[in-house]
Design a protein around this ligand. Sequence first.
Ligand SMILES: Nc1nc2c(c(=O)[nH]1)N[C@H]1C(S)=C(S)[C@@H](COP(=O)(O)O)O[C@H]1N2
Ligand SMILES: [Mo]
Length: 306
Amino acid sequence: MLIKKKKSFNFKESLVTEEKYYLNRRKLIKGLGSLLIFPSFTPSILSKNINYDITSREPTKFEVLTKYNNYFEFGTSKEIWKASQKLNTENWKISVTGGKYSGKEISLDSVIKNFQLEERIYKFRCVEAWSMIVPWYGFQLSELLKFLEPETDTKYISFKTFFDPEVAFNQKQTWYPWPYQEIITLEEANNPLAFIATGLYGKKLPNQNGAPIRLVLPWKYGFKSIKSIVKIEFLKEREKSFWETIAPKEYGFWANVNPKVPHRRWSQEFEKDIGTGKKYPTKIFNGYEKWVSYLYKGVDSNSLFF
Ligand SMILES: Nc1nc2c(c(=O)[nH]1)N[C@H]1C(S)=C(S)[C@@H](COP(=O)(O)O)O[C@H]1N2
Ligand SMILES: [Mo]
């Protein structure tokens, strides 16, 4: 798989770009096909994310992406965007257990400098049967792993969100197993699709979307894509995630998108685009099968989804 990367990412330019620019650029990319040489005047971000763009659906509008969210720390409704503004994302630190930086706190700003930011337009599918098309930017999770140098016998990687009930009022609900935690295998984490987002639509990630740093795993149900990460741990054994602890039969460890395995309370055969309201058939691995199916060879297909 070819991903063209350029040394410099014109960050300032992307910050001032408008939604329309993204829409038009995407048309341009689609129209020209994947083996194209970009003319020299093309901004550098144009050379990114061609290969993983699997949908012809238009990116969901910024207004929609940022006003319809799941972020349980700030409440159980979709309207948490205001409440989430209380989170201070300045001077963000991530503590690491395992690998080269074990026991240390690393500053997000200093880590990000080591990576090339790139844009990825991904389809994002929530287990609640809605979906959206998001122009994320950030870097490949595998880059971060290279930087963190986990021990060679690492099997799983765990991510945790902050715990601060003073900031996120729903964390006062003590029956939830806070903090939010998600775990994936190291092999999954090294898949080129696994992405760390620090922004969307060329803008810094809004708080409600998981600022300042979140995971994006487009072939899995949305709950695996954990927001506002403060802790990364390299594990030799699997632990239970947040949702697996709450309802293991509904939100399993693998959580790979699969139209054939219904949620206990609804079908997963279709999904509704939150921007247009249109319904689409759900695709296995959310349409990313050709990049990820090798990860699950020899695994009982039903066990993948809960
Ligand atoms: N920390 C944390 N991360 C989270 C969640 C959450 O409640 N808390 N919700 C998950 C779910 S269920 C979904 S569908 C997506 C929603 O991402 P979005 O609000 O950017 O669309 O975030 C996921 N990551
Ligand atoms: Mo979700």
